[in-house]
Design a binder for this molecule. Sequence first.
Ligand SMILES: Cc1ncc(COP(=O)(O)O)c(C=O)c1O
Length: 368
Amino acid sequence: MTDAIFCAATYTFADTQSVLDFIEQKLPREEYARYGNPSEKVAEQKLAALEGGEAGLIFSSGMSAVAAVLLSLLQSGDEIILFDECYHRTREMCTEWFAKYGVVTHQVPACDYERMEAAVNKNTKLLISESPTNPHLSVVDIERFVALGRKHGVATLIDSTLATPMNLRPLEYGVDYVLHSLTKYLAGHNDMLGGALVGSQENIEPIRKFRGVFGMVNGPHNIYLLLRGLKTFELRMRRHNENGQAVAEFLEQHPRVEKVYYPGLPSHKYYDLARRQMDGYGGLVTFLVKDADADQTAAVVDAVRLPRIGPSLGGVESLIEQPIVMSYHDFTPEARRAVGIPDNMIRIACGIENSNDLIADLEQALAE
Ligand SMILES: Cc1ncc(COP(=O)(O)O)c(C=O)c1O
């Protein structure tokens, strides 16, 4: 079955009575594309089903989903608390842009629940984290995170982009809002941008109204690509998980590798928690090249043939980057050190290629 693409910006009515029936909600149908379209509704239902939520809501990008939840929930004087390993653009949105509108952001070290609790006060409205984080792959104890929010009557949001609903389902723990960059594993082919929120009807419907006013909707062709990507999501994700694990195990035993960050390795700081909480660990693997400076690390990246150099993750093709050159190029060396991004760090987003090919490629790159 091929999904339809609905290009209509407006949906016309046969007569005035049809308009009135629609307004009185007697006639379920579309009206105007800023309020949604039929295939977007299908995709939203699929995302909600995958996460075990009542409702899903799609946006033009992951960042517009972040902006929408913050803009619709917060007002001037409100405070939010983030773990400091959140995606750096999410942190930038909060600390630089929302600050202009009087929203106060506290950043606390990732997985430090005491520091997070100490930052809560009567103005706190939202606790935000990712799990696992990027690029350190720290795993947040969602049970503790939710308990903290509930104790203080503060809503919780987990950006579950790296985990995907195949590996983690935060709503089962009582998280209020789950966020995804659909650009990554869920669409899965590095050919569209999208974002989503999933949660209860009560939490999602006000944000749907907000989206209808602010217009952060996605386009019909992208929705088609998302629906097509979702058809193979489980198969792809299974392979991402297998490749991530195989590449992490290979790197960990390599003499030119100082350290590997991957939640599926027993050496990882959060291995026990990851095993309890997750069903797989994804395709993202971060490692440090032993005794290498920035240039020597760049030489390893350049010697790799199969993964292409580029930002992002979760697509069928593997990608590789040196964070100081790519994602963190606009940070000062001090700011990079503060967030734990050393010169010799490399991040691989494993695609769905054969893991033997990926490993052979990394072997030759590290040998050079
Ligand atoms: C964890 C995480 N959240 C959100 C985003 C933003 O998503 P998008 O690029 O679709 O706006 C990204 C993008 O890299 C991400 O890695």
